[in-house]
Design a protein around this ligand. Structure first.
Ligand code: FAD
Length: 422
């Protein structure tokens, strides 16, 4: 079977790898010059399956005033974006009902836990080099309510694989000594041994390299202009003046998915939620944390990318599809990181720090869209929101099972792309 995968971000590159491994004739296509230059470029680099719950817990609506009017909130909604956000936002709020939220969280987390197992298996088969840092991660909570709430929520989910350890302040410092000066700010933390981190862009490039080694046709610098329908046959990809005819097309195009779907009369509810990162070069004796950290209330993560770089990433701006590097948001991210890691103040302000902005392809219920569309031969693996790196290997395996007619290793319920078209 010939399959074309459009998009070589972390999701598309991993999907191409799994399909090529299964003996399919794969063509991997991306508009950019290399793999992983979209949202996968400089994300938070954290693989955090236990933290893969959607972003709209019950009570989300009460947070709207802060997001609209407080410029120092880690979540911002631009007034100008409100008209474009209306339909998606209504569904986002509707899905924050407690029963729906819990169901969506279960789908998203069980995919993420499966993805972690798939990633471990992939690593056994290939020698990937992507600044992997694999030995757990720590979540930090300032208030007792927030900590108790997340513990209770995760216990209620009762999913095999949700394992964590509660930490008091001394245990936080014992795990990560650089937090000693600020530990007093925290009520406690959680330790998740199953979590890890690594550079998603490098992994995407490594996966594309392996795909090519498996004999696939990998085409960079190749924008797909359109998908053309012809009665009774599988759609064709239009690339400039060329046409590519295959048996199946899989769109792994993140926030650009609707650009290809809308001319076909289809639309998926994916909103581009903006976030930011700072990649900090570390001098040899920098006082940088060894352990990947999540500051839960201030909504940012800190993770090492090997010994020489630190990635700080986070925030959620609902401001439409524009990318940009607003000084106020980047300064707030840097200030938040400095407040957590005062020993790094000088390194955070050095000129070589690389700022970045990316758009998370977010569905209103949270889980991604994996599987066939109503158009014969056209499939999706997209909409991974804030968890694309965490869920990529499992999404790829689930899509490959469905596409090749095998019984999926996990229940596709709640992850199925067809829910977007009902
Ligand atoms: C600030 C920030 C922090 C994050 N932190 C984390 C984290 O710590 N852990 C985590 O798991 N996730 C994180 N995420 C989310 C994660 O980065 C995304 O879910 C993931 O990158 C989505 O991958 P993707 O492959 O679907 O999309 P992309 O990486 O955007 O890839 C889509 C690709 O499709 C290509 N494309 C699109 N249209 C066409 C076309 N017509 N023709 C050819 N090519 C096309 C693009 O060029 C692009 O390369 C974060 C995101 C942000 C913004």
């Amino acid at each position: 079977m010939k399959v074309a995968i459009v998009g070589a971000g972390i999701v598309g590159a991993t999907t191409a790898l799994v399909l090529a491994e299964r003996g399919l004739e794969v063509t991997l296509i991306d508009a950019e010059a290399e793999a992983g230059l979209g949202t996968s470029y400089a994300n938070g680099s954290s693989i955090t399956p236990i933290h893969a719950e959607p972003w709209n817990p019950p009570g989300t609506i009460r947070k709207l005033p802060g997001a609209l009017f407080n410029p120092r909130s880690p979540v911002r909604i631009s007034l100008r974006a409100l008209p474009g956000l209306f339909h998606w936002g209504r569904r986002f709020i509707r899905e924050s009902d407690s029963a729906r939220y819990q169901a969506n969280a279960r789908h998203s987390i069980r995919l993420a836990l499966y993805a972690k197992r798939c990633l471990v298996e992939l690593r056994k088969r290939y020698d990937f080099s992507y600044d992997q840092w694999a030995d757990g991660s720590m979540e930090l909570y300032r208030s007792r309510d927030a900590l108790d709430g997340i513990i209770e929520f995760r216990r209620q989910l009762d999913l095999p694989g949700i394992e964590f350890q509660t930490l008091d302040r001394d245990e936080i410092v014992a795990r990560e000594p650089t937090l000693e000066p600020v530990a007093v700010d925290f009520h406690g933390g959680l330790w998740m041994q199953a979590h890890e981190s690594g550079d998603a862009r490098r992994f995407s490039a490594e996966a594309a390299r392996v795909v090519q080694g498996l004999g696939a046709d990998v085409r960079f610098g190749t924008p797909v202009d359109a998908i053309e329908l012809s009665a009774g046959s599988i759609p064709t990809l239009r690339i400039g003046t060329d046409r590519l005819q295959v048996d199946r097309i899989v769109l792994c195009t993140g926030t650009a998915t609707n650009r290809l779907l809308e001319p076909l009369g289809l639309k998926v509810p994916i909103y581009p939620i903006r976030g930011y990162s700072l990649t900090v070069p570390l001098p040899p004796k920098a006082s940088a944390p060894q352990v990947p950290l999540l500051d839960a209330e201030r909504r940012f993560v800190v993770a090492r990318l090997g010994p020489e770089r630190l990635r700080i990433a986070g925030f959620a701006d609902f401001c439409g599809p524009r990318r940009g590097l607003p000084k106020a948001r980047l300064n707030l991210l840097r200030d938040s990181a400095e407040a957590l890691l005062p020993g790094l103040a000088k390194d955070l302000r050095c000129e070589a720090v690389e700022p970045w902005c990316g758009l998370r392809p977010m569905t209103p219920d949270g889980p991604p869209l994996i599987g066939p569309t109503p158009i014969d031969g056209l499939w999706l693996n997209t909409g991974h929101g804030a968890m694309g790196w965490t869920q990529a290997a499992g999404s790829a395996a689930l899509l490959a099972d469905l596409l090749t007619g095998q019984t999926p290793a996990i229940e596709p319920d709640g992850l199925d792309a067809r829910r977007a078209f009902r």
